[in-house]
Design a binder for this molecule. Structure first.
Ligand SMILES: [Fe+2]
Ligand SMILES: [Fe+2]
Length: 339
């Protein structure tokens, strides 16, 4: 390492230690940049793949009210994907490159979205548990050391909290409904509970990226800490819902001040991550097709932008055009192409 590089690294380390934000133009270690791109990309991919299992129920929502709520939620998830791809772009990685990695299987999305939504109650269970787990993960990310990611998370978390409530409320209605509706709600919770706990990632002693991410204040809490926090929130909520979490070992531990819970089937987690979950293939092939179907939108948008802005020519997907009057245009065109 040269002397000037050491000086830059010292400035970076001091900023992280002082809880200051690192911004796109600041110097940062290559591994910090690469780790952030990997995490933000995986997060962005999860948002847009996560639209699929729920969109599956838009045409079959049980009432106009439920349908309007679900459509709004699924659109929010598309928006989350867009904020996050934009945050990754500030690190010098284009959206095209990230989408290409998703489509070719070189980057992952959260494994939870490889499970099917079998009944309407699954929409409620996803909102309550999956969005609930996402909030638990993401609230500390609002204080992440990288500025654009932290700021994106503030808005995302506000919307996630609406998602969690709508899921809880939909499940409550089913739980208090007919016997068949109650059974449907219980069945959904039985299927979604354990995969939700897996969303926090492998146990701390097997988590490869955790220690460095915590040292750099990208992550603020370990996987196991966040998982415990989620269980402590969800267990009393299940009681209020009149539903049972499918874990005979789940029990309040007075001494620890936390709920104890049973062992997680990590073989299932690794197996789904490797591509062997019930819906892995379906999710990716649908995503690839949506991307191909949107090609004409991207081409038309680029041609239009080229016509109206001589400074940028035809290639308007770079990072340097994220200002001025083209902002709105780009948001719209990418929104359609990504949905
Ligand atoms: Fe989201
Ligand atoms: Fe959400």
């Amino acid at each position: 390492m040269t002397a000037s590089q050491a000086a830059l690294e010292a400035v970076f380390d001091a900023a992280v230690a002082a809880d200051e934000r690192i911004e796109p133009r600041d110097w940062m270690p290559d591994a910090y940049r690469a780790g952030l791109v990997r995490q933000i990309a995986q997060h962005a991919h999860s948002e847009i793949i996560g639209m699929q299992p729920e969109a599956n129920w838009i045409t079959r929502a049980p009432s106009l009210r439920r349908k309007a709520i679900l459509m709004a939620k699924v659109q929010d998830e598309a928006g989350h994907g867009l904020y996050l791809y934009s945050a990754a772009e500030t690190l010098g990685t284009s959206r095209d490159e990230l989408l290409d990695k998703l489509h070719s299987g070189r980057q992952k999305y959260s494994s939870i979205f490889n499970y099917p939504t079998l009944t309407w109650a699954d929409v409620g269970a996803i909102g309550w548990l999956v969005d609930g787990a996402a909030i638990t993960n993401q609230v500390p990310l609002c204080r992440c050391s990288y500025g654009p990611y932290a700021r994106a998370m503030v808005r995302v978390c506000k919307e996630e909290s609406f998602h969690q409530r709508q899921g809880y409320e939909a499940l409550l209605a089913l739980s208090r409904g007919t016997e068949a509706q109650h059974a449907m709600a219980q069945d959904a919770v039985d299927r979604w509970w354990w995969p939700s706990l897996m969303m926090f990632g492998p146990p701390d002693d097997e988590s490869t990226h955790s220690a460095q991410a915590m040292a750099w204040k990208i992550k603020r809490h370990s996987n196991d800490e966040l998982r415990q926090r989620f269980v402590d929130i969800a267990a009393p909520q299940a009681e209020s819902l009149g539903l049972t979490l499918p874990d005979p070992d789940l029990k309040w531990n007075e001494e620890r001040g936390h709920y104890d819970f049973g062992p997680i089937d990590w073989d299932e987690f690794w197996n789904v991550l490797k591509g062997n979950g019930p819906c892995n293939e379906q999710r990716l092939s649908k995503r690839r097709k949506a991307h191909e179907d949107g090609a004409w939108v991207r081409e038309a948008a680029a041609a239009y932008a080229g016509k109206h802005d001589g400074r940028h020519g035809n290639d308007n997907h770079g990072r340097d055009d994220a200002h001025g009057r083209h902002d709105e245009q780009h948001t719209h065109t990418h929104g359609e192409a990504g949905a």
